[in-house]
Write a protein that binds this ligand. Structure first.
Ligand SMILES: Nc1ncnc2c1ncn2[C@@H]1O[C@H](COP(=O)(O)OP(=O)(O)OP(=O)(O)O)[C@@H](O)[C@H]1O
Ligand SMILES: [Mg+2]
Length: 234
């Protein structure tokens, strides 16, 4: 049965409440060490900023946490799995189940309306029926205060509204982890604050862990903790 319970029964953390565990993660790109023996934990339902100067490896780390890339050595555990042990197909499935992404630009699909944009990740989840899909999209849009915008096109929205749609799209699967790479880089301070608030309330409501790469110290201070990358180390 397609089920709202699915997200309640699937483990979203390790037995001790850790959602993400990185141990001695290292990554080289083009012969250069970008990440060196990075280790940290992110608890279920907590928030964390990743800081560091341009080129310090923040996006590289986020892509690895989102299973779009992998460490050359070291371990990454998300929810209840050591993801290094998953097959390529298993990683794709795990990403769909556990990870939501938000990037600097909302990257909405122009010819789809707001409802359909938010529904995209659920369309890949064959277990979600039509009624459940409608409920989930409605609740994701409510969580970013965009009820009533369902039939608008991305071009009819402000930058902040577009970014809130992108947050709703990332949250609609009720992921274990919400990863955001400079999600407010293109927004003014007040709009940025609102977008961050929507992420933090999802974290409180659903126990989603939020990891945000940012250059903005105001946003970093809104997270429970921060990790700074310097010379490839956290
Ligand atoms: N595909 C790649 N091949 C080779 N080098 C890469 C590749 N991707 C990134 N790099 C290098 O890795 C380093 C870290 O890049 P990354 O994008 O993770 O930095 P960042 O901290 O996100 O920077 P910014 O704040 O500017 O976004 C940079 O020096 C970059 O040039
Ligand atoms: Mg970056």
């Amino acid at each position: 049965m397609a089920t709202a319970c699915e997200s309640q029964v699937r483990p979203s953390a390790m037995a001790d409440g850790t959602a993400i565990r990185v141990r001695r993660g290292s990554k080289q790109l083009a012969g250069r060490t970008i990440l060196r023996d990075v280790s940290f934990d992110v608890d279920r339902g907590s928030s964390c900023a990743i800081l560091g100067r341009s080129g310090s490896g923040k996006s590289t780390l986020l892509a690895i946490l989102g299973l779009l890339d992998r460490f050359d050595s070291g371990d990454l555990q998300i929810a209840d799995h050591n993801v290094g042990e998953l097959s390529p197909a298993g990683r794709d499935e795990y990403r769909r189940r556990h990870i939501g992404f938000v990037f600097q630009r909302a990257a909405l699909i122009r010819h789809l309306n707001v409802f359909e944009n938010v529904a995209v990740p659920l369309r890949y989840a064959s277990t979600v029926g039509r009624r459940e899909l409608r409920l989930r999209v409605g609740s994701a849009l409510a969580s970013v205060a965009l009820e009533g915008f369902e039939s608008q096109r991305p071009t009819e929205l402000s930058g902040g509204e577009q970014q809130r749609v992108a947050v709703a799209r990332a949250l609609v699967t009720r992921p274990t982890v919400l990863l955001a790479d400079e999600p407010t880089g293109a927004l003014d301070a007040a709009t940025a604050d609102h977008v961050i608030s929507t992420m933090l309330s999802a974290s409180e409501r659903d126990g989603t862990s939020v990891v945000v790469v940012t250059h903005d110290s105001v946003i970093a201070r809104r997270m429970e903790r921060s990790i700074t990358l310097v010379d490839g180390q956290a």
